[in-house]
Design a protein around this ligand. Sequence first.
Ligand code: MN
Length: 228
Amino acid sequence: MTFILPPLAPVGITIAGSTDLFPVARAFCIGRNYADHAIEMGGNPDREEPFFFSKPATAIIPGGGAIPYPTATRDLHHEVELVVALGKGGSGIAEADALDHVFGYAVGIDLTRRDLQAAAKKAGRPWDMAKGFDASGPVGTLTKVADAGHVDDAAITLTINGEVRQSGNVNQMIWKTGEAIAFLSGLVELKAGDIIFTGTPAGVGSVKRGDTLHAEVASLPTMSCTLT
Ligand code: MN
């Protein structure tokens, strides 16, 4: 038996110090995982259970670069995030074991059609078209865990055209990386190749065509993209 169509080739993220690529299986995202961002979005920063949404793997743009301004929005927002890449899957993963499943870390941007998200929230509809559109997830080069240092306590920043717009620390995450992996693995069976966007600090805002976004998490390779 053969496929009637050529299967889509997986998106591959570059890995620091390697010529190999990390194949993206799925991209999960945690919502409102920094208290100051939860507040700016009108939410409650208390430790409510984490919630997740997804982007299709095809939305991931390794390395950033030129990103087409998406259709159907007049309010595209940036959200700089630490991205966790899983080298090992599983379901019902214990929190104590969760970090053993991490292959590496990268910086990413969860691009969001904020106007569509606001309309979806108001109507009680899904966020898919606000979050999972084409090219909505630029991700920088991955750093393997052993080389990544203390990404759980690291400055996370985003500049637009050189001006700082978001500045926080990963240690402000309400649900830590291991907790998020453990919780998510109780909802779906995680696969090697899955990546998780772990939420954004305060300071989200609009970007326009021609803007250059520069995202950094401490010592991880930086990532820039320009909206075209
Ligand atoms: Mn986000």
